[in-house]
Write a protein that binds this ligand. Structure first.
Ligand SMILES: NC(=O)c1ccc[n+]([C@@H]2O[C@H](COP(=O)([O-])OP(=O)(O)OC[C@H]3O[C@@H](n4cnc5c(N)ncnc54)[C@H](OP(=O)(O)O)[C@@H]3O)[C@@H](O)[C@H]2O)c1
Length: 313
């Protein structure tokens, strides 16, 4: 089968298209004939030696943690799926999952059936970003209906799903993005839109109950002033989480980081919301698997609108 792999950490030039053996499902796993794989910032960060690289036990490494495909065969003890089932998943994170490939093995308890109304390319982009948004809002963020939620980087992979999820669960949603994404944020249902290239969110918002921070660093620290005294921030970029948490402590507001984790039940709920059109995954672009390096270059520019997805013939 074809797979994209790196043999050394480095830039997109390290990604090679290779012909390798098809994996074999172990107990509790399924073999999936992959149709599409989502691309996330963690993919290129890990390939370059940051991100989740400390969890990558051996080289070569095949990137990618989310996918949509068809169940090909079952490992021992799997009885909840059958060959031919259409599935999606976010699996094994932060250990290698090998989704940039024609076939992959996935733990059966980390995948769910793909509703027919949800196309496989969109489904492939839903897992990692969607579960990050879900867990940031409803677990770490302890979101309650009626709250005011500020999403920093609301046009990004996580942000555009977090904004829609918060809106459909009854939030007043404020989103930040550059001016070119104003209409996009409106289409997501944002009640208030702040162009971070022209306005300072910390001068405009002072009563947010919850901030979902997809930017990190200085921007996140400044945005702490947007919280009401009982508010909290969930900061996503792990590389700056410690400094943002420390700044929150100094200001007396709650800040926490998270690491998204696979959860098939939550993924199923997300897939149902996506198939009913209540939460729409926006595709920034879909590129063939062979162009994974270009997808990493695009993602690293930091201006993806929605999700990038690799398609597999
Ligand atoms: N902790 C976890 O488990 C976890 C999970 C998923 C993601 N993450 C991290 O969370 C961050 C966001 O992930 P993602 O997938 O949403 O990234 P992404 O899709 O690459 O985000 C791109 C978006 O960021 C926006 N943006 C860039 N600079 C901005 C700024 N200063 N203010 C507001 N918006 C800005 C861009 O909007 P414009 O084009 O309008 O500038 C673009 O739409 C990444 O650092 C990622 O690694 C962490």
């Amino acid at each position: 089968m074809k797979a994209i792999r790196i043999h050394d950490f480095g830039g997109p030039e390290q990604l090679r298209l290779e012909e390798i053996d098809c994996p074999v499902p172990g107990p509790g796993e399924v073999l999936v004939h992959n149709r599409a794989a989502g691309v996330n910032p963690i993919d290129w960060k890990t390939c370059s030696g940051g991100g989740a690289s400390s969890f990558i036990e051996s080289m070569p490494f095949c990137p990618g943690w989310e996918f949509a495909g068809t169940v090909e065969s079952l490992g021992e003890g799997v009885d909840q799926f059958r060959p031919g089932d259409e599935v999606l998943g976010f699996t094994n994170f932060p250990h290698a999952a090998g989704c940039y490939a024609e076939y992959l093995v996935a733990p059966a308890d980390q995948i769910c059936l793909r509703p027919a109304a949800l196309d496989p390319v969109s489904a492939a982009g839903l897992g990692l970003a969607g579960l990050t948004a879900w867990q940031a809002l409803f677990e770490a963020g302890e979101f309650k209906s009626g709250q005011s939620v500020l999403v920093l980087a609301a046009a990004g992979g996580v942000g555009h799903l977090a904004a829609q999820l918060a809106k459909c669960k009854g939030a007043y949603v404020i989103g930040t993005a550059s001016g070119t994404n104003k209409a996009f944020l409106q289409s997501l249902g944002c009640d208030d839109i702040i162009d971070y290239t022209r306005q300072h969110v910390e001068n405009l918002i002072h009563d947010a109950d919850l901030i979902i921070d997809g930017v990190g660093g200085e921007a996140a620290i400044k945005a702490l002033d947007c919280l009401n005294p009982h508010g909290r921030m969930v900061t996503l970029p792990s590389v700056t989480a410690a400094e943002v948490i420390a700044a929150g402590e100094a200001k007396g507001v709650k800040v926490c980081g998270i690491r998204a984790r696979p959860d098939a039940a939550q993924l199923h709920e997300l897939a149902m919301l996506a198939s009913s059109g209540k939460v729409m995954l926006t595709l920034a672009d879909s590129l063939p698997l062979e162009q994974a390096a270009e997808a990493h270059r695009l993602s690293a520019q930091g201006h993806t609108r929605g999700k990038l997805v690799l398609t597999i013939r």
